[in-house]
Design a protein around this ligand. Structure first.
Ligand code: NDP
Length: 286
């Protein structure tokens, strides 16, 4: 029977390290890390995500500054806000909460964020650096997944890793990170012909689909490390992952739950990246 990977505990540990470093920066350089949070419209889920991120910032001593624009705001207005945040010396990281309203081109906005302040790792420069193995900002959820693997002593080297999902924010970047750590990586998606077989080969399985219980427990390779990224609201109101948890747990070596697995890691990596942005700004100045 698999052991549960406690994302909350791992996140707490990393948060503690971030807090200590933030305190050190204040003592040594009198510097307070600043995060500019941009929110457009009144989607309740986005407001809740932003509140949670701001709360986490506060807990580690990062100053967050919220900029809320109405759903009717134009692309030009949003671009002008981003340019101001790019120039602001007290803002080290910029977070644009997605999704943006349909009339705004997300890619145009994400490209406008300075790559030095792109703590979400969505800018094409940072995506390119991830692809080529360079030092840039990497997206938070995939980073959190890699930290969870490390937390249970799972070295991807030489292992078969299957990633189900190929989005730019989770599937593709986590596949690249696993490849960089020498796993043999398979990426599956909605047109994959034999999903069950691909999953059955995985020593490491990352499910990032957005469909409750799509990955059946009896598909899991015995002893596999299973990371479930999916967040799905069931008709009962409960949250569920993409993997059938109870049956998968019987076969897996390790398994991350939903909630309490990847979710806390995503926010934690946002703090980590904001701290990294401050340290890099210091390096550029000295
Ligand atoms: P997307 O909708 O962008 O991507 C979903 C992927 O799943 C696509 O690549 C799609 O394939 C694939 N897919 C859909 N149906 C199937 C199927 N039947 N078989 C195989 N693959 C399939 O989602 P995201 O990557 O943004 O998010 C995935 C999940 O992770 C969501 O539940 C989201 O809420 C959650 N999430 C959780 C986070 C956290 O912090 N806990 C952070 C980010 C996301 P195709 O490309 O062919 O369409």
């Amino acid at each position: 029977m698999g052991t549960i990977i406690d994302g909350k505990a791992v996140a707490k540990e990393i948060q503690k390290e971030v807090r200590e470093e933030v305190e050190g920066l204040k003592r040594r350089w009198g510097m307070v890390p600043g995060l500019g949070v941009v929110l457009v419209g009144d989607d309740p889920a986005s407001h809740l995500y932003v509140k949670n991120k701001e709360k986490a910032c506060k807990e580690v001593g990062i100053r967050s500054e919220e900029h809320v624009l109405p759903a009717t705001a134009s692309e030009k207005e949003l671009l002008s806000l981003i340019h101001n945040l790019n120039r602001d010396k007290e803002i080290h990281g910029i977070l644009v909460q997605l999704p943006l309203p349909a009339h705004i081109r997300s890619e145009k906005i994400l490209e406008a964020v300075s790559p030095h302040k792109d703590i979400d790792g969505f800018h094409p420069v940072n995506q390119g650096l991830l692809l080529s193995g360079g030092e840039g900002f990497q997206p938070c959820t995939p980073m959190g997944i890699m930290k969870l693997l490390d937390s249970v002593g799972c070295d991807p080297k030489g292992k078969n890793a299957t990633v189900v999902g190929r989005s730019n924010i989770v599937g593709k970047p986590v596949a690249l990170m696993l490849l960089a750590r020498h796993a043999t990586v398979t990426i599956c998606h909605s047109r994959t012909a034999h999903l069950k077989e691909e999953v059955g080969r995985a020593d490491i399985l990352v499910a990032a689909i957005g469909k409750a219980g799509l990955i059946r427990g009896d598909w899991i390779k015995p002893g596999a490390v299973v990371i479930d990224v999916g967040v799905n609201r069931l008709p009962s109101g409960k949250l569920a992952g993409d993997v059938e948890f109870d049956s998968a747990k019987e076969r897996a070596g390790w398994i991350s739950p939903v909630p309490g697995g990847v979710g806390p890691m995503t926010i934690c990596m946002l703090l980590f990246n904001t701290l990294k942005a401050v340290k890099e700004s210091l390096r550029r100045e000295t």
